[in-house]
Design a binder for this molecule. Structure first.
Ligand SMILES: Cc1cc2nc3c(=O)[nH]c(=O)nc-3n(C[C@H](O)[C@H](O)[C@H](O)COP(=O)(O)OP(=O)(O)OC[C@H]3O[C@@H](n4cnc5c(N)ncnc54)[C@H](O)[C@@H]3O)c2cc1C
Length: 442
């Protein structure tokens, strides 16, 4: 690995001058700086060595294709390496189209049928790795995210793929060279280390989510220069922020987690909710954030496994104070903080024995617990988004091959496309499935 990276950096430094890089668009460039035959004359350039790019490269290189991956980072798969907090929720046993957001919800179906979570687990096993299910079909790589990323990179290299790391893609032009392979003219990719040319190019540049881990808007920019439609990106799987009394409550409870059911705009998820210094996070908050729109309130059932109405009406517990019974279905700190925020008459009622409560007070207390309504001031945005919705409009691509209908030889995979998965291993599974399907036809 070190040798290749060294080679890459050397190549970048000694690349022909800018003037030479501006060679006529119709020239078939011979990269004199590339002595390596794969680098000098690749069958396919994969732009982005993240999860989808690596998987696509592995599939294509094992089929004998001369593959070159180009990435702005000096490390492959940066998001993959950080995935699942380093534990890598690498796939989901229920990777079906219903778990993906896209303007074209059926687009994912064919790839997900062709490349299932079982297929991914087989690849994992072939790399000497294993995964275990935690909950809701979520599979985590037992050896962790870094080991998986390293294994994928090593397998790509073993299959003959080359890496040009620390190299930013800055532009792309289609139909610039006569191409024997496609008869369509191939592609010229501009990078900060000079131009690269190939008959086939795969856009695997991900989304703008989590820029500190390499998220960029490169796909939107390249789409503009290629004349392709791009659905504006929005942060997905990102925490909520609040101000006012709810923020105070979140700060008071920072670090506390409960299982909650959160509903917004007709969508509902049940999973862990975490109080943080900025607001609400945890899997359930991230899930619903993908559907949330500014100005919409969240309705939160803080004790979905209990029925506080029934508990408060239970004659056998009639002597218990109402606030004690509230605390029987919630962590005590949360019960106390929640009660403090209620109208004075409800707070007063919570000091009574449950048998003395009016119907209206039972209802008010039950609502506070089972239908807590909070209005987020916003989200942490792209800075902390684990994915982004939006991307290249999928109508322009074949769901069987991921090739662009208008520009044969151009492919797009992973988050570069308008496909965003739910939390639970779905995004990585999409990267694998789309990368595999494209890699099979390159
Ligand atoms: C913190 C975090 C945790 C996550 N955890 C999980 C998880 O546990 N399970 C799960 O399923 N999903 C998880 N995800 C989402 C998952 O990592 C992504 O959906 C997945 O990596 C997308 O793969 P991709 O190949 O499309 O994009 P990426 O993996 O983002 O790869 C895109 C590549 O393109 C490169 N690039 C961008 N712009 C340029 C440019 N101009 N020139 C050259 N290269 C460029 C980037 O450096 C990057 O390497 C997580 C995401 C984050 C941020």
């Amino acid at each position: 690995m070190t040798n290749d990276i060294q080679k890459t950096n050397d190549t970048k430094k000694t690349h022909p001058t800018k003037k030479a890089n501006m060679a006529k668009a119709t020239d078939r460039p011979h990269h004199s700086s590339f002595k390596d035959p794969v680098l000098a004359n690749p069958d396919v350039l994969i732009l982005g060595a993240g999860a989808s790019g690596l998987f696509c490269a592995l599939t294509a290189a094992r089929r004998g294709r001369k593959v070159v991956l180009v990435d702005a980072s000096d490390t492959t798969g940066r998001k993959l390496r950080a995935s699942g907090g380093g534990r890598c929720n690498c796939t989901n046993l229920d990777a079906t189209p219903g778990h993906y957001l896209s303007a074209n919800p059926r687009f994912t179906a064919k790839a997900l049928q062709r490349f299932t979570s079982g297929n991914f687990l087989d690849v994992l096993a072939s790399l000497g790795l294993t995964a275990s299910e935690e909950d809701q079909g979520r599979m985590f790589c037992d050896q962790g995210a870094t080991v998986l990323a390293d294994a994928l990179e090593a397998a790509c290299r073993k299959a003959g793929a080359r890496f040009l790391l620390d190299r930013h893609v800055t532009g792309i032009a289609a139909n610039v060279i006569p191409s024997e392979a496609t008869g369509q003219g191939g592609f010229r990719v501009e990078t900060d280390g000079g131009p690269l040319v190939a008959p086939r190019v795969v856009l695997a540049l991900g989304s703008p989510a989590w820029p500190a881990l390499g998220g960029t808007d490169a796909v939107a920019r390249l789409a503009g220069s290629l004349g392709l439609a791009h659905v504006p990106s929005r942060p997905a799987l990102t925490p909520f922020t609040f101000n006012g009394p709810i923020l105070c409550l979140c700060r008071e409870l920072t670090g506390l987690g409960v299982t909650a059911r959160v509903t917004c705009l007709g969508k509902a998820y049940t999973d862990g909710l975490l109080f943080t210094h900025q607001g609400l996070s945890g899997p359930v908050a991230l899930q619903i954030s993908s559907h949330w729109r500014r100005g919409e309130a969240l309705t939160i059932d803080l004790a979905p496994g209990a029925d506080l109405r029934q508990v408060l009406r239970d004659p056998t517990r009639g002597k218990a104070l109402a606030r004690t019974l509230v605390a029987s279905v919630l962590p005590r700190r949360l019960a106390e903080a929640l009660l403090k925020g209620l109208p004075p008459e409800v707070i007063a009622a919570s000091e009574k024995r449950s048998a003395e409560l009016s119907k209206a007070h039972i209802e008010a207390l039950a609502e506070a617990v089972h239908a807590w309504r909070v209005l987020p001031s916003g989200t942490a945005g792209m800075a902390r988004a684990e994915a982004a919705s939006g991307g290249l409009d999928t109508a322009q691509f074949s769901p069987k091959t991921f090739e662009c209908r208008a520009l044969p030889g151009l492919y797009a995979i992973g988050e570069a496309l308008d496909v965003a998965g739910e939390l639970g291993g779905y995004n990585l599974h999409w990267a694998w499935a789309s990368g595999f399907v494209a890699g099979q036809v390159l």
